[in-house]
Design a protein. Structure first.
Length: 421
């Protein structure tokens, strides 16, 4: 249960933060966000803001999504559908009910024959199903439509649709999701730097700690000691110190160090250890910690850049020699979350930072249906001076989505076999 909760926390936070990026910049661009949802499945809470957005919390705590005007794949209305129209005193439609779950007693029932909720803002139909009484109603720009499942959303006139925004605004809206993931990673890694009391200062050889039952402890080294020489060779930073230890392997080291006002010399034999399938040699000392405010902030930046670099290198390796074992889906995230849950909240935050960075980079890949693919289409539009037709763009997106779904199924099945069989 603990592992499941950690998985849901990590997955939901990185996805909701991603979607909030799209939401925020869409609103800034004048694009109508019809719904901002936390979770998936049936809604358990809904609130309509003054901005026209329906904010919902849904039953399954699996991420979330944003519904922007202009991105609906299917119309809520169809000719022949029986709907209820709520009108104001001027007989202008303010609400369209397509749901059989909701009964609006004041609504006018019509059988729809024609509608245009994008440009003309009209709906035509037979009142009470009477073919002799066909009427056309004007529809308010801010009218709402109740979908079959009971969700009530604003209609989407063309002026507030995604494609009506300027090109640079659409590009920024598409990029904002991955950008938010990068920002989240930086915030998390900075919090980690503060929580750990600082970051390693690799430009010094002052010991910050000595491990229990280690060669360094047996030799009398203490926190605060400064190592100056190893085997008569000066060491001025932590990289030189660790390199000298690794080079000696399990041979004796003569170490000169400063303890308070005293200069001392001792002999230490490094201990052989196995780390991630590789052999290493340690004497049991920890690198110095820089506890200044600026060092912690810079540490957050450094850890973010390191995370970004490692993921990009892994992506390059995947492109050079593709293997499903180099990819991970929800099952892999659950397994990693399970391990993190057993190691404490510091590890959980670290994993969240890595996954957020991963999601940001992955979404920028130039694949249709991903944010990167949308940005490529934006660039093509900028070069051509006009967008691709909606039909062509729809086909490209559909093909990309289909390929992504096939890949997701393969990755998930591979993860199940790796972790459970």
């Amino acid at each position: 249960m603990k592992a499941l909760l950690v998985f849901l926390l990590i997955f939901s936070v990185v996805v909701v933060v991603h979607e909030f990026g799209h939401f925020y910049f869409a609103k800034r661009a004048g694009i109508l966000v019809r719904e901002f949802a936390i979770g998936m499945g049936p809604k358990i809470y809904a609130h309509r803001g003054k901005d026209g957005t329906l904010y919902t919390v849904r039953l399954l705590p699996l991420g979330g999504y944003v519904r922007m005007a202009g991105f609906e794949e299917e119309d809520e209305l169809k000719p022949g559908m029986v709907v209820g129209l709520v009108t104001n005193k001027q007989e202008v439609v303010t609400k369209i009910n397509t749901s059989k779950k909701i009964n609006l007693t004041q609504a006018i029932p019509i059988e729809v024959t024609h509608y245009d909720l994008v440009d003309a803002l009209t709906i035509t139909g037979f009142v009470n199903g009477n073919e002799q009484d066909e009427r056309t109603f004007s529809v308010e720009k801010t009218a709402t439509i109740i979908e079959e499942d009971g969700t009530e959303l604003r209609i989407a006139p063309r002026e507030v649709q995604f494609q009506s925004a300027k090109l640079w605004q659409r590009m920024l809206t598409n990029f904002a999701g991955p950008m938010n993931n990068f920002i989240l990673s930086f915030v998390i890694f900075t919090v980690l730097a503060f929580a750990q009391g600082g970051v390693q200062d690799l430009n010094s050889t002052v010991i910050s700690g000595v491990g229990e039952d280690t060669p360094a402890q047996a030799a009398g080294l203490k926190a605060g000691d400064k190592i100056t020489k190893i085997n008569e060779k000066s060491v001025t930073n932590w990289s030189e110190l660790t390199q000298a230890v690794q080079s000696a392997k399990d041979q004796d080291l003569t170490i000169d160090y400063q303890q308070g006002d005293e200069s001392k010399t001792t002999t230490i034999t490094p201990k052989k250890v196995e780390q991630n399938g590789q052999t290493a040699y340690q004497i049991g000392v920890s690198a110095p910690i820089n506890t200044s405010f600026s060092a912690k902030v810079i540490g957050g930046v450094t850890m973010s850049i390191d995370s970004f670099t490692r993921i990009v290198k892994a992506l390059g390796s995947l492109i050079q020699s593709f293997s499903l074992d180099k990819l991970g889906g929800p099952v892999a995230i659950f397994e990693i979350s399970s391990q993190a849950a057993s190691q404490g909240w510091i590890t959980v935050l670290s994993v969240m930072g890595m996954i957020s960075m991963n999601l940001g980079i992955f979404n920028l890949l130039p694949i249709p249906a991903l944010d990167g693919g949308k940005l490529v289409l934006n660039i093509i539009e900028g070069v051509r001076g006009k967008p691709l037709s909606q039909e062509k763009e729809g086909i490209i997106t559909l093909v990309g989505f289909g390929l992504m779904m096939v890949l997701m199924v393969l990755v998930t099945w591979n993860d199940i076999q790796r972790f459970f069989f």
